[in-house]
Design a protein around this ligand. Sequence first.
Ligand code: PLP
Length: 527
Amino acid sequence: MSMNNQGRPTTTVTSGSEAIVTYTGHRALVQEEGLIFDRGRSGKWGVDLPVPKGGKDRLGGVNRKGEIGLPDLSEPEAVRHYVRLSQKNYSIDTGLFPLGSCTMKHNPRLNEKVARFPGFGDIHPLQPQETVQGAWALIDRLMHWLKTLTGMPAVAMSPKAGAHGELCGLMAIKAAIEARGETRRRIVVPESAHGTNPATAALIGYTVDTVPANARGRVDLAALKAKLGPDVAAIMVTNPNTCGLFEDEVREIADAIHAVGGYFYCDGANYNAIVGRVRPGDLGVDAMHINLHKTFSTPHGGGGPGAGPVVFSEALAPFVPLPFVVADGEGFRNVEHADEAAEGDKPFGRLVAFHGQMGMFTRAMSYMMSHGSDGLRQVAEDAVLNANYILASLKDVMSAPFGDTGPCMHEALFDDTFLKGTGVTTLDFAKALIDEGYHPMTVYFPLVVHGAMLIEPTETESKETLDRFIYAMRSLVLEAKAGNKEGAPDRFSGAPYLSPRSRLDETAAARKPVLKWTPPAPAQAAE
Ligand SMILES: Cc1ncc(COP(=O)(O)O)c(C=O)c1O
C-alpha cells in the first residue's frame, strides 16, 4: 500500500493525470508563475502618491532621463506573485530535507522570538559600548559555551560561515608559523574533504596535497604520514568525516602532524554528531570551525548570513583575529585594535567590519539554553540514531559502501552499485525523489565512492517521518531494479515530471545562466 506525505494510505499515482494539459498552464491550485517583469503593465501602480509640486531640485543635473524599467503592478498582484514563488520553495518547514553534509535541521521558533527581542534585534554595531552591555554579555556567554563544549581555550566569533571559519583558522595557523620565523607551503587534505577545505588552503596560497581514504572510509594513516614533512603547515580533517564516519585514528593523526611542527585544523561542520560527547580539544585539534547554522540550529542562509565561530588551542589562541569581546571590572568591551589586546596576544588582523552575526548568536544561545548540556548531548545521540535507522532500513536494497564497518554517525552514505544494470543513474534516482515529494539527498559527494548518495536526516525528524521517507526510497529502488515494463511510464530518465519545471540542462544553467530579463521586441510588446 502506498502512503502519502501525511502517512495516509493512497493508491499509486499513474501517469494518466499528468497527461492532462490545462488551458491555463496551472496544475490544480498550483499556479504557473511567470517573471514579474512579464506581468507588469506600464502605468499600473501599487501606491498612488501625488506628484510633488514645486520642491527644490538638489540633484545638480543628474536627474533620471527615462524609465528605470521596474515592473508596474497593483499591490495584490505583487503580493500574489511573491507568495506564489515562496510556495514553490521546498524548505525545512515543508518537509524532510535529507541533504547530507548540510545538516538541514529545524529552526526552533523560540530562537526566532529571542532574536527579535528589541535589546538584541534593534541594536547597532556603532552604538556606544555602555548601551549594548547585554549583547556583549550574550556573546561572552556563547563563547564560554563553545569553549566548554569543545574543550578549547579560545574562540573567534566573527567568521560568517563555515568556509569563512576555515579561512580564519588557516590565517591564524599561518600567523603562528610566521611568528616562529618559518615559512611552510603545504596543507594536507583527505580526498573525502568538503570542497571548501582545499579551496580555502589554495586561497591563502598553500599547495594542497591530497591523502586517500582507506577501505574503511577513513583517512589512510600510512599515506598521511608519508605526506608529512617540515614544509607542511597543517592538515585539514573533517571529523566525523563526509562519509558519515568517525575518524577513529584521530589521535594518531594529531600526533603525526604535531610531530612535524604543523597544526591540526578540524573541519567541525559535522560537530552536531558529537556535541556533548567528545571534546575536540581532547583529540589534539588546534583550530575548528563550528557552523552555528548546523549544530546550533540557526537558519541556513544559502552561503550567508550564517556564523562559523572558530575555536583554538593554546598554541593558536594568541592569534585570534580582531575584534573580540573581553570582560574587565567595568563590564564588557570590544577590543578593536591590536594595541588594546592583552600582553602576548598577536591578533592576525580582522576578517569582518564588526563582531559577527548577532542574530545568529542570539539564536544559537537560545538553542543551547533551551537544551542544556544534557539536551545537547541527546541532540548528537538522536542525530546518530536517526542516520543509523536510515542506513539499517535501506542497506538491504541499496549499496552502503561502509555499511559493514560499524554504525555511521550523523549521515548515511550509499553508492550507485545497487543501480548497476538498471540504466538509472544517481541523478535520475535523486530527481525521481522530487516527484515523491522529497528534496533529494546530496549526490555525487563525497567523491571517494562512485555515484554517492549522502542522507542526513538530523535529530529533529520523527520515526514516522523517517518511515515515510524510507518507504518512498525503497519503492523507487524496487522500481529501478524491476526495469521499465512495456508501455509503463519511465519514472527516472526525465524525472522530475511533476514539478513546475522538469529537468534542466544543469551545465548550461551553471555556465550560461540567464540572469537578466530582456524586454520583448516592440512589435511583440504591442500585441
Ligand atoms: C564538511 C563541511 N565543511 C565545510 C562546509 C562549509 O560551510 P559553510 O557552508 O557554512 O561555508 C560545509 C557546508 O556544507 C560542510 O559540510
